[in-house]
Structure formats: C-alpha cells, structure tokens
Design a protein. Structure first.
Length: 28
C-alpha cells in the first residue's frame, strides 16, 4: 500500500527542477 504523505514540489529560481518527492504527514 502507498505511504500516506504530502507531495512536495521543489522550486528554484521560479523554475521546476523536477524534484518531486513525498514526505510523511506529521501531526500539526
């Protein structure tokens, strides 16, 4: 089963470098 997490998009200089990764959601 897929791990529940947040999809984070990494932007640099206003350009997408293609760094897409998923991190576990943490209680806030």
């Amino acid at each position: 089963m897929p791990i529940r997490g947040e999809v984070i998009l990494h932007f640099e200089d206003g350009l997408v470098q293609g760094d897409i990764y998923v991190i576990p959601k943490r209680p806030r």
